[in-house]
Design a protein. Sequence first.
Lengths: 160, 160
Amino acid sequence: MNPANRDNDEAVRAAGSPLVHDFGLLIKAATRLEQRIDTALRKECEVSHTMFEVLIRLCRKPDEAVSQRELADDLTLTSSGVTRLVDRMEGAGLVRRVPAPGDRRSVLVESTDHGRTVFLRAAAVHARVVERYFVAPLHPDDYGRLTGSLGAIDKALRDT
Amino acid sequence: MNPANRDNDEAVRAAGSPLVHDFGLLIKAATRLEQRIDTALRKECEVSHTMFEVLIRLCRKPDEAVSQRELADDLTLTSSGVTRLVDRMEGAGLVRRVPAPGDRRSVLVESTDHGRTVFLRAAAVHARVVERYFVAPLHPDDYGRLTGSLGAIDKALRDT
DNA sequence: AGTGTTTTGTTGACTGCTCAGCAATTGACT
DNA sequence: AGTCAATTGCTGAGCAGTCAACAAAACACT
């Protein structure tokens, strides 16, 4: 058998490996899930999923202002990505930039009243989709294991 | 208590809900995982993660040519996204377009020899990252449950 | 106090996708 | 055969992010 054929067979084997398939499943499920949420939020609340994630972070504690850097880390975005995201959200009246007391480089972002109102409507849409495609398909005792596993993966990623 | 305060409290409660957190974990873990793979593949093999996924699909069976439509469905992309992706991959010599016998609208895509070579190198990189951040962090018996759960979620998404 | 390093956010140029609109081909139904 | 609908891929325009380069402020260390 010549080398080209060996390569070919090896490629076929590698492409069919269960690890490749399982990992693909994670990426695909997450992608599809995010797309569902995003289109639902855009249609019903005129907010993108990313904006919704910002609002989650901002509404977690009352009157909590969060620096753009912190947002970037939380959302796995670059700082310039956050700059532009906050630009759009500010334009839509969802958030407001305020200077950070004690650090004149930093910019804090806080939710407006309108932002909180939109967040509440969006949270209902979000809950509906999550319930339907994330909770309902799972056996009840698999749910806890799934989140535990995801937590372990996330930890491994953050630790390095 | 006035309505504004009630909204505020409700927003705080919604933002802190465990479902919101757990779902965020899934999205975040998948995003970070994909970013790792993508940067590793770009650095070591000069291929994006999306291109790698195309090669997986094309190398699964020897000499299997796949239509662009099929690729679009598999990768959760639009057809125009695939058009442009295949343009770039063709430019890089990884794949080749061939006319579909029996349907003059459709375009089949097949891997070149160079595509298979690159795929083999990329598969090694992919395996390394997946092993480290997807397999290693999990308890062995959680792995099977995780993929089962992901399969159930993916099925629910595809069925509707 | 002064100097080099790090952190923070912004900007210009680019990438990789989407959406809307299109032409070509195919299929479905009389 | 003839028409109307659906499918397939392509293109222009636009959006949401990246990266590289930057200025301003803060920090570290003599």
